[in-house]
Write a protein that binds this ligand. Structure first.
Ligand code: HPA
Length: 272
């Protein structure tokens, strides 16, 4: 079945149970699902109930769409996302982003847990993503272009909109939250990087490294949907000599930093 037909069927299903149009879509990364507790919930739909949606398999990912209000705006949040390393195709990874666009969102906000490769970062810091390096992961637009969704060769000169980065700076200043800005280097995972790989990523211009986000960002850009994204630095891949990185540590650090992330997201939502 053509992707556009799948999207239309899924959107029709969601609109049959939820009559409103969200303004903002939010993707919650590993250990960051608590954000949805701040939503004045109108409706939750488990992924397993949504036609054509894949089902999330990773610990710490709840797997549902949450519809409701935040700061007086209607939003939809993905509690749990799909990663390429789980075995989903790139089409499956990005499907919910396409659906949210067709539900009417005008801004996509993405969060993720990431490894720090900029030596000035610390565990628990936030990094607003200014740009990304995606060539170590499969591009989700490979294959026949879906002309109904966007152009064959999309521009990627401003993958994360400067306007929202400026808003984030303003919110951070007012809330007394320290944020970094930097380049997110995407890998497929599921292995964390070797020490040599962390060094290489640092030399190639990455400030943080992670296993998500860029495919979602590319698909949003393809459709002309503005993106804002933040990484929570959950471990430091360089600087420490003997550090062993575990998924548990990543989840714990993400959870600890979540209130800061929530404050930034809320502040931006209030201003859109
Ligand atoms: N590398 C890749 N992905 C990650 C990391 C990391 O160090 N930490 C959290 N997600």
């Amino acid at each position: 079945m053509a992707v556009i037909t799948q999207i239309q069927e899924t959107v029709r299903f969601i609109q049959s149970v939820y009559k409103h149009s969200p303004e903002v879509g939010v993707v919650l990364g590993s250990g960051l699902g608590n954000f949805s507790k701040e939503i004045e919930v109108e409706l939750e739909i488990p992924y397993s109930d949504i036609p054509h949606f894949p089902v999330s398999t990773v610990k710490g990912h709840q797997g549902k769409l949450v519809f409701g209000f935040m700061e007086g705006k209607r939003i939809v949040a993905m509690a749990g996302r799909f990663h390429f390393y789980e075995g989903y195709t790139t089409d499956e990874v990005v499907f919910p982003i396409r659906v949210m666009k067709f539900l009417g969102i005008r801004l996509l906000m993405i969060s993720n847990a990431a490894g720090g490769v900029n030596p000035s970062f610390n565990v628990g810091d936030l990094m607003v993503i200014r740009d990304h390096i995606s060539f170590a992961t499969p591009n989700p637009l490979i294959g026949k272009n879906q002309d109904e969704l966007g152009p064959r060769f999309p521009d990627m000169s401003e993958p994360y909109k400067k306007h929202f980065i400026r808003l984030a700076r303003e919110v951070a200043r007012q809330s007394d939250i320290h944020i970094h800005e930097g380049v997110y280097f995407a890998v497929t995972g599921p292995t964390f990087e070797t020490r040599a790989e962390y060094q290489m990523i640092h030399h190639m211009g990455g400030d943080a490294v992670g296993m998500s986000t860029v495919q979602e960002c590319i698909i949003a850009n393809h459709m002309g949907l503005p993106v804002f994204a933040i990484s929570v630095i959950t471990d430091m891949g360089i600087r420490e000599e003997e550090n062993v990185i575990t998924h548990e540590e990543v989840l714990e650090a993400a959870k600890a930093a979540e209130p800061k992330l929530t404050a930034i997201f809320k502040g931006i939502i209030a201003r859109v």
